[in-house]
Design a protein around this ligand. Structure first.
Ligand code: NDP
Length: 480
């Protein structure tokens, strides 16, 4: 059985303890590879090698670091089919999605920051009394980058690329649920000859390996994407040490459909924003709020189109939904569907597991589920389910829907469907979330600030925001 290796000091190495964890294929429920169960010793080795590499990496010219990122990006591009297949097997997502979204975006993350770092400039402030202030921006040091399982290489590289571009060295941990493409990335880095220690990838459990990384006094900052409760735990360890920290956390996003919207576009995109990647995207619109005038029409069409979605073999082009990432997550989603029923919700469609045939009979599949009849204050509408489950509810006025949208502790993303530009502006201003999409969803321009408010996180990624986070500003004041 394939054994994944850690990538430390430029070498692919076994965990020092030689302990491994099972890695499952969600489509079949089988163990198909083994992951290092890394401990403090492995983590210390990784941090030591990152510290040793920092001096020379941080002194390279921006253009030289840019060349390295460009090489990684090109190699991801060359291996796109292999990486997409690995991502689909590891995560359960449709191969088509991994090929069209996940891996191209990982490639583009490196490409984007390879160029961004060459255009990055710091500020200067002239004063009238013959003084000039300018901001020096230096890399911070060793960056700890921890990412989740839903968009594995996509989110892993979204942290690593700006951290490296800005001149930091990195100790990174992917989710132990989806380690494979991070491992393949380490193979790529080795093949292109990335200087040893610049990027270190340590595999293992969040509660041990991850915790060991973020608790170390020898890392200089933490960039984390994952669940809100994990984020709170990480903050409790990192904040008292006054280290820089960026937390991209959960969401429970409203998808608001006004009756003056482009109906077909709203339906078509809502199918994606509800169920893409089995609903396991932090940006999915899991609370659908529809204006009363078109509520019945929207609901009927949305249910009928959802009924036509095929849940099936991730390798099959026709599958719109693949497998849920893990058995425990599958059980968690099903338990939320039970909770929704207890809270008085009616299941309009779905709500049941899917049993496929043959090799896939032990995989974890759930029909896309739409639930009606729940109040916004109930747990189903307050807590993040992170699966193919949405609720739908009517509203009457703009004021009411803004209140409903904001009646949640999360504040990551919101989608608004309307043909009235002024209304779109008013709602965008008043809805408390870090990202607002009007008449679209998941359109990403990598220059824009990305992140959430309230329980959805602290800080922003993307564009200059990430380069600011991964550098330390120092003001220099010169009198002349
Ligand atoms: P988790 O919080 O469980 O895990 C995220 C990462 O943190 C994993 O690599 C995990 O390792 C690791 N981890 C867990 N415990 C610790 C710890 N004590 N110290 C250090 N690292 C730790 O999230 P999930 O992987 O379940 O991801 C789903 C969540 O991520 C959802 O809430 C989703 O909304 C959020 N998310 C947010 C995004 C955003 O941009 N705002 C984007 C995508 C997802 P392991 O898995 O090995 O335990």
């Amino acid at each position: 059985m394939k054994k994944i290796a850690n990538y430390i000091n430029g070498k692919l190495v076994e965990p020092i303890s030689k302990n491994y964890i099972d890695n499952y294929n969600p489509a079949t429920g089988d163990v198909y590879s083994l992951i290092p169960n890394s401990n403090d010793e492995d983590v210390n080795e990784a941090i030591k090698s990152a510290r040793a590499a920092f001096s020379s990496w941080s002194k390279l010219k921006n253009s030289e670091r840019s060349n390295w990122l460009e090489k990684i990006s090109n190699e991801i591009h060359n291996r796109i089919d292999e990486l997409a297949l690995a991502e689909s097997i590891d995560n359960g997502k449709p191969l088509k999605l991994a090929k069209s979204v996940d891996i191209p975006r990982a490639r583009d993350n490196f490409k984007f920051y390879a160029t961004a770092i060459q255009h990055y400039a710091s500020e200067s402030h002239h004063t009238s009394e013959g003084m000039i202030n300018f901001t020096l921006r230096k890399p911070v040091g060793v960056a700890a980058c921890i990412s989740p399982w839903n968009l594995p290489l996509y989110l892993f590289s979204w942290k690593i690329a700006p951290a490296l571009a800005a001149g930091n060295t990195v100790v990174a941990k992917p989710s132990e649920i989806t380690p494979m493409t991070a491992y393949l990335l380490s193979e790529i880095c080795q093949e292109i000859g990335l200087p040893a220690g610049v990027l270190n990838i340590v595999h293992g459990l969040g509660s041990s390996t991850g915790n060991s990384i973020i608790s170390s006094d020898k890392i200089d900052l933490v960039s984390f994407t994952g669940g809100t409760s994990t984020g709170a735990h990480i903050a409790s360890i990192v904040a008292p040490k006054f280290k820089k920290m960026s937390l991209e956390l959960g969401g429970k996003n409203p998808n608001i459909i006004f009756d003056d919207c482009d109906f077909d576009a709203a339906i078509r995109t809502s199918l994606n924003s509800s169920f893409a990647n089995q609903g396991q995207i932090c940006l999915c619109g899991s609370r659908i709020l529809v204006q009363r005038g078109i509520y019945e029409k929207f609901k009927n069409e949305f249910v009928s189109r959802t009924d036509q979605m095929i849940v099936g073999d991730p390798m099959d082009e026709k599958s719109r939904l693949g497998a849920i990432v893990s058995k425990s997550h599958y059980e968690k989603i099903l338990s939320y569907i039970e909770l929704a029923k207890e809270e008085g919700g009616s299941i309009l469609t779905g709500g049941v597991p899917v049993k496929l045939d043959g090799d896939l009979s032990m995989g974890w599949y759930i029909r896309p589920t739409i639930i009606e009849g729940l109040d916004q204050r109930c747990r189903t509408n307050q807590e993040e389910i992170f699966g193919p489950v949405v609720t739908i509810q009517p509203f009457d006025t703009e004021e009411e829907v803004i209140e409903l949208a904001n009646s949640n502790d999360y504040g990551l993303a919101a989608t608004i469907w309307t043909s009235n530009l002024s209304k779109a502006h008013r709602c965008s201003e008043q809805i408390k979330s870090g990202i607002i999409w009007v008449n679209c969803w998941l359109q990403r321009d990598l220059r824009t600030p990305f992140g959430g408010m309230k329980n959805s996180g602290v800080g922003r990624e993307g564009g200059w925001e990430a380069l600011r986070f991964f550098t330390e500003p120092k003001n220099v004041c010169i009198k002349y």
